[in-house]
Ligand binder design. Structure first.
Ligand code: IPE
Ligand code: IPE
Ligand code: MG
Length: 248
């Protein structure tokens, strides 16, 4: 990518993206909001291709939040239709790129047609191992944490685990992201500087990257730029700079 230099030894394993700004992108063009969502699908392809090219192993995309159920019914219906069609028509490309599809969130709340398309795509791509694409659908971090609490309490009651054993790893293992490492980098498009109920436990030490680019305008070079910015950061995890640089 022109002008962007990436250090191959410092590629994040897991990148998460809050894909925001579709509605505003459409509005700027005098179009309906769904036009923005439709054009956002191409940006998903771009991010996924870019991730695969540089060796990012996990890409989590926030596609629909629990709170998004409060949007007008027409928009929700159109988004669900778009999801079914995109998932079904992308299976070949996912397989060509070695992408394994997974989901987090309350999938049971999605329309049956969506659930079916997702289960089918998950099954059709389950043997791929280059990139794991995790779609967050009907997802909210707080409700994920509530579910984890409930499961944990059940397991304590049935003596499967002992409350004295509970530690950070055990809590992580009850979350829907149990099989994935925490993201090293979170990207949010559209100029909003908030987390909007996304991966709140998992983001504890994630680097945050906010860009004013609206999601449908987000292309491979924007993804690489975010990685380049990530690589310029010093991740101290509470230590001091000299310890990280090995001078102390
Ligand atoms: C992100 O774009 C997509 C979803 C939340 C489904 P928005 O639809 O939130 O677009 P803006 O933020 O209104 O521009
Ligand atoms: C966050 O975007 C959710 C997704 C990108 C799916 P929103 O547009 O729903 O977030 P808020 O409401 O502006 O915080
Ligand atoms: Mg938004």
């Amino acid at each position: 990518m022109e002008g962007i230099k990436l250090n191959k030894d410092c590629i994040p394993k897991h990148v998460a993206i809050i894909m925001d700004g579709n509605g505003r992108w459409a509005k700027e063009k005098g179009e309906m909001r769904i036009f923005g969502h439709t054009n956002g699908v191409e940006s998903v392809r771009e991010a996924l291709t870019a991730a695969g090219e540089i060796g990012v192993e996990f890409l989590t995309l926030y596609a629909f939040s629990t709170e998004n159920w409060s949007r007008p019914k027409e928009e929700i219906d159109a988004l669900m239709d778009l999801l079914v069609h995109s998932i079904s028509s992308e299976i070949k490309e996912l397989n060509d790129k070695g992408v394994k599809l997974q989901t987090i969130g309350n999938i049971k709340n999605l329309p049956k047609s969506c659930q079916k398309a997702l289960l089918n795509a998950i099954d059709e791509t389950k043997h791929n191992n280059k990139v794991t694409l995790i779609l967050a659908l009907s997802y909210s971090s707080r409700s994920e944490i509530v579910s984890a609490f409930k499961e944990m309490i059940k397991d304590i009651d049935s003596k499967k685990i002992n409350s004295d054993e509970i530690n950070e790893d055990i809590i992580s293992s009850y979350l829907s992201t149990a099989n994935y490492p925490d993201p090293e980098l979170l990207i949010r498009t559209s100029g909003e500087n908030r987390v909007s109920n996304f991966l709140m436990w998992q983001l504890a030490y994630t680097e945050l990257y906010f860009t004013s680019t609206l999601w449908p305008d987000f292309k491979k070079e924007h993804f690489y730029k975010a990685i380049e910015d990530y690589q310029s950061r010093e991740r101290r995890f509470g230590k001091i700079s000299e310890q990280i640089l090995g001078n102390d």
